[in-house]
Design a protein around this ligand. Sequence first.
Ligand code: GDP
Length: 283
Amino acid sequence: MDIQWYPGHMAKARRQVQQNLQMVDVAIELLDARIPASSRNPDINVILKGKPRLVVLNKSDLADASITAAWLNYFARAGYPAVAVDAHHGAGIKKMIALAEQLARPAIKKYMARGRLARLARCMVVGVPNVGKSMLINRLAGKKAARTGNRPGVTRGEQWIKLGGKLELLDTPGILWPKFEDPETAYKLAVTGAIKEQIYNPEEVCEKLVQWLVGKAPDTLAKRYKLSALPEETWEVIERIGVHRGFYLSGGKIDSYKTATFIIKEFREGKLGRCSLETPGNQ
Ligand code: GDP
């Protein structure tokens, strides 16, 4: 998803999401379980206003389970029901549907109290690029249904996907912009794949990632790359991984760019273990 978020695009995305929100009873705010704070749209509370909201932590298969549990607790205490899912393999989806349906109930009750016939509850997925909106919608649709594209917001001509007996989902997600200002947030978005390679420097991002891994998961790193003892300097750790993989330039020097890109890829694919980059209250 390559979106350059200029103010005009942000305004358009906001407008489109708000327009689509009028059609639904519940918003599913999709976040990356590894970075629930950094993968939040900065204006989400204003955009969703009073709309009932279910916070969904996706990619839970890649996150540390106990930290995900702490995040669920954190959101629940802040007044937002939350659930962890893995759109890739399907874990947590049933619970997500049940919670969304539950959250929609008051709106349906109110609707029927006005003397109208019962209707299905409706929900939509909103979130920043790369949190897994399309994958979740495709899984729920049971086929390649979600329209993906690089347009912010939601395209028109909506379709609904039935989820169980009482709930349906808008087949196009609301695409919102991420936080940009804070370099720490930008690094987390880059390392998890939410920012495209052309925009960041992989060597810089890898250095931060390796620093973090040395602090939090040194054994994983040592085991994966057969490092007998972890060197003190981050660049040295990266170089040793390059040696282990045989990433040499023609003059015999280590190809640090290739090594950096490789380590980031391994992290994204979960090959360095289940890692959460943020804990509640300590982002
Ligand atoms: P979107 O931009 O929010 O629509 O995100 P996508 O649905 O395109 O997903 C972005 C990337 O994350 C893709 O490479 C997906 O395969 C991957 N992905 C999405 N959900 C999950 C998940 O639950 N687990 C894992 N491991 N990968 C996921």
